[in-house]
Design a protein around this ligand. Structure first.
Ligand SMILES: [Zn+2]
Length: 445
């Protein structure tokens, strides 16, 4: 119903995406008033809000933490949640053109943020513009919420809630995949520390290059000094990095280290502190599904099977620290998983167990109005018959209840988020804007 109008907005859309890519809006922490996430984020938000005003929308800047663009009248509000911050990028990483200069090649727009999430934000904004100009009457207001700290700690959304801004009654986030994500696993990060030593060896260092917990570590090393001979030896292990939501796609360097120690250290030398690591291994904690450890817990449902990523290891003050990042099926309570980890204290009285972060799962019924409506619109517009999906990762849709992730990455297209030579296909940009227009209209009419 809005297709023609959106096709006519194509040049404007491309120009807006290009201009937005020019802001190197990596979210940083500052104490400067009005720009808590740095100048580039501030400029990207100012640019977008002032453009939206010119297009005829109401806008509000929430002290530089976040902003929104709104139109329509009504008691209720449909929310669209996207973000303008990006992950870092450098030409030296292997980009074919400078990451913060938009370039169009082969009908694709290249640049950091093109698909995550500046392109989809622009597609949503022009979808709103098409509805606004059509003069169609809506019963709800429509609000595009722009975060500036999505790639970090979501402080933008926390601030939005803290100052009492309105919660949308329904909506979507254009920051993941089509057709529509109705279930996202829960997330839990755990750090275990325990005294640790190795028989006859002095541990000089254990290092994993400060690997982030949500990434499968691709490197790990241990440096040992033989207490008898004084020889120093460094052992290095390499794996393959992958997102912690898919540990099966990676190869874990820390697990290789543990397997190496288990194989090479004498089992009979029962130095109590070493048995910590061997025991964790025997309990199955280095297995990505840890079935033995969770034998009396439900670890699989329609959202998939529990996965665990050993993402961090460190050695300090004679204590070993190991970090895990778990993705928990939507119908299993995070509390149950935490209780399970707490039982480790019965085996290891000196253990310290810290739950460093957690996120409840997202689950919006597959047969409910929101998921059915969005999936149907996607299928109609693309002449497909796809089903809504469940994932292990977490998307920005968790910002509010009754919200799901909806595009803009097309099914079967390589996911370019956070990648070198990130791009958004121009036909996909226009198509997603048409889909968003239809979806916003349907949810708000
Ligand atoms: Zn994103």
């Amino acid at each position: 119903m809005f297709d023609k109008v959106i096709e006519n907005l194509k040049d404007d859309m491309l120009q807006t995406v290009s201009e937005l890519i020019e802001f190197p809006s990596v979210s940083t922490q500052t104490n400067d008033a009005g720009m808590p996430f740095g100048e580039a984020c501030k400029n990207a938000l100012d640019y977008t809000l002032s453009l939206a005003e010119k297009l005829g929308f109401r806008t509000k800047n929430l002290d530089g933490y976040c902003g929104y663009i709104e139109f329509g009248e009504g008691e209720e509000m449909v929310g669209i949640v996207g973000h303008l911050d990006v992950v870092p990028a450098k030409l030296e990483d292997g980009w074919s053109s400078p990451p913060f200069e938009a370039q169009i090649r082969e009908n694709k727009i290249y640049g950091r943020g093109s698909i995550d999430d500046k392109g989809p934000v622009v597609a949503s904004l022009y979808a709103m513009k098409a509805i606004l100009d059509s003069g169609e009457k809506l019963n709800k207001r429509v609000r595009l919420i722009l975060g500036l700290n999505e790639e970090e700690d979501w402080k933008c959304i926390h601030y939005y809630k803290k100052i009492g801004e309105e919660t949308p009654s329904i909506g979507f986030s254009p920051d993941a995949d089509f057709p529509c994500i109705y279930a996202e696993k829960g997330m839990l990060s755990i750090r275990l520390t325990h005294p640790f030593s190795i028989p006859n060896q002095e541990i000089l260092d254990i290092d994993c290059n400060h690997n982030a917990l949500n990434v499968v570590p691709k490197y790990c090393s241990i440096t040992l000094k033989d207490k008898t001979s004084g020889d120093v030896q460094k052992f290095e292990f390499t794996g393959t990095a992958a997102h912690a939501a898919h540990p099966d796609l990676g190869e874990n360097a820390i697990t290789k280290l543990v397997e190496f120690l288990n194989a090479n250290l004498d089992k009979n030398l029962l130095e109590n502190e070493y048995t910590f690591l061997r025991k964790l291994y025997e309990l199955d904690l280095f297995n990505i599904h840890s079935p033995k450890f969770f034998s009396d817990t439900k670890i699989e449902d329609e959202s998939g099977i529990l996965t665990s990523n050993v993402g961090f290891i460190d050695y300090k003050n004679n204590r070993l620290e190991i970090g895990f990042n778990l993705r928990v099926p939507v119908t299993t309570l995070l509390e149950e998983i935490k209780t399970k980890f707490e039982t480790l204290a019965e085996i290891f009285p000196d253990i310290e167990i810290k739950f460093t972060s957690e996120q409840a799962p997202l689950y919006v019924p597959k047969d409910g109005y929101l998921v059915q409506t969005l999936t149907k619109i996607f299928n109609e517009k693309t002449h497909q018959n796809l089903k809504p999906i469940a994932i292990g990762g977490g998307t920005f849709a968790r910002a509010f209840p009754n919200m799901v992730a909806f595009g803009a990455n097309m099914p079967n297209q390589k996911d370019m988020c956070h990648q070198v030579d990130e791009f958004m296909d121009i036909d996909a940009l226009i198509l997603s804007s048409k889909i968003y227009a239809e979806a916003i209209y349907e949810l708000a009419k």
